[in-house]
Design a protein around this ligand. Structure first.
Ligand code: HEM
Length: 145
């Protein structure tokens, strides 16, 4: 055991001229990893809601799970980008750009399908498209390394 601040409190160090505090490379705020992991869980639950509803259960029907899952993916995805940028994890901006476009496509299909359903003009194709695009985004998330 050496001297110095306890683990988790070492994320700031003095600049060479000792006037300012700088973040220490390789160190993040305590609790940030846990927060990121919790948002990954929400992100995966959003994926489960979309694909579970559109592909496996209510095929062709725009359920609240599909619509709210699609909205949640955009929100949790953007928060994850922010958390990863703030921490040390590198962010592949091209991959994120592609995922955002595909996720906007999922949300657009889900919202339009739900709107049409409310007016009694259900369109199963839009629900199939939302489910298919969500599966595509899962492939992008996992296979694009
Ligand atoms: C339908 C939409 C989406 C689906 C199905 C989806 C799916 C996934 C999956 C399965 C993972 C886990 C990958 C792994 O750990 O290997 C993941 C991670 C991630 N996604 Fe998405 N995603 C979607 C939308 C988005 C959007 C819109 C963004 C940001 C604009 C985003 C940003 C991220 C980030 C930053 C991670 C990495 C999290 C981490 O490990 O810290 N995702 N996504």
């Amino acid at each position: 055991m050496g001297y110095g601040p306890p683990p988790g409190l070492t994320f700031l160090r003095r600049s060479p001229d000792r006037r300012t505090l700088l973040p220490t490379p390789g160190d993040t705020l305590p609790g940030m990893e846990l927060l990121t992991n919790l948002f990954v869980v929400l992100h995966l639950l959003g994926l489960a809601a979309i694909v579970g509803s559109a592909v496996f259960v209510a095929r062709g029907v725009p359920t609240p799970a599909l619509v709210w899952g699609a909205r949640a993916q955009i929100l949790t995805g953007l928060l994850l980008v922010g958390l990863n940028e703030a921490g040390d994890d590198p962010v592949n901006h091209t991959k994120i750009g592609v995922k955002l476009l595909v996720a906007l496509g999922v949300a657009a299909c889900a919202e339009i399908a739900a709107g049409r359903e409310r007016r009694g003009q259900g369109n199963p194709n839009l629900v199939h498209a939302a489910g298919g695009l969500a599966v595509l985004n899962t492939l992008v998330a996992v296979l694009w390394t």
